[in-house]
Design a protein. Structure first.
Length: 214
């Protein structure tokens, strides 16, 4: 098989995988954490063994969907952090970007972060914590990188940037999870309250010389 044929086959396989993930997204939007491999295969117009051939099991499909949505969310968060606005506005925009994402697609959020009700240990995908924890760690490291590039935090700057990155992601996740379930206030009120919590040391930190600023 020559290089052109291999490239065409890879392109076709990538396109088919993307189509299957889009079908899975449609089912997740409808069924949330109860989305099943049977329903996803039916939505894609294929048999379940073919779906397994592409993803292995529900855990493999979950990981692929998680990567897809995390990539999109991280792109949005970076755009909010780099927007031409003052630092407080960018902090609020970043918090609002995360909260608006989980508000717009709550079924996707629940599929990624919560096990299906009635599941039991041993079910593929039951222990979603083993998948969702790496997502949160990845977001924490990404935010730590952004903070480290933009702020001069003095001695121990790299370590502190990682503490802040993971701490802010943990805060957004916990507060967003609670808010999505109870809706005790508007999204704007939650954004302002969380920004107030973060603002003291962020306001005092200097921009890193030669960096893009924060």
């Amino acid at each position: 098989m020559d290089t052109t044929q291999r490239t065409d086959q890879q392109r076709s396989a990538d396109r088919r995988r993307r189509e299957l993930l889009e079908a899975a997204d449609r089912v997740v939007l409808r069924d949330g954490p109860h989305a099943s491999m049977n329903a996803i295969a039916a939505e894609a117009g294929i048999t379940k063994p073919i779906l397994y051939r592409h993803f292995g099991d529900k855990g493999g499909l979950y990981a692929a969907l998680a990567m897809r949505h995390t990539d999109a969310l991280l792109d949005s968060l970076r755009a909010a952090l780099d927007a031409p606005a003052d630092r407080r506005e960018r902090v609020e925009a970043t918090l609002d970007t995360y909260l608006s994402a989980i508000e717009a697609r709550p079924q996707v959020y629940r599929f990624l972060m919560h096990p299906a009700e009635g599941g039991h240990p041993g079910d593929p995908g039951f222990d979603v914590g083993r998948h969702s924890a790496p997502l949160l760690r990845r977001m924490g490291e990404e935010l730590a990188t952004v903070i480290g590039e933009r702020l001069d935090l003095g001695p121990g700057s790299e370590r502190l940037a990682r503490v802040w990155g993971h701490g802010i992601v943990g805060m957004m996740h916990a507060a967003g999870d609670w808010w999505l379930g109870e809706r005790p206030c508007t999204r704007a009120e939650l954004v302002r309250s969380l920004a107030d919590l973060l603002w003291g040391r962020l306001a005092a930190a200097g921009d890193r010389v030669g960096g893009p600023g924060f």
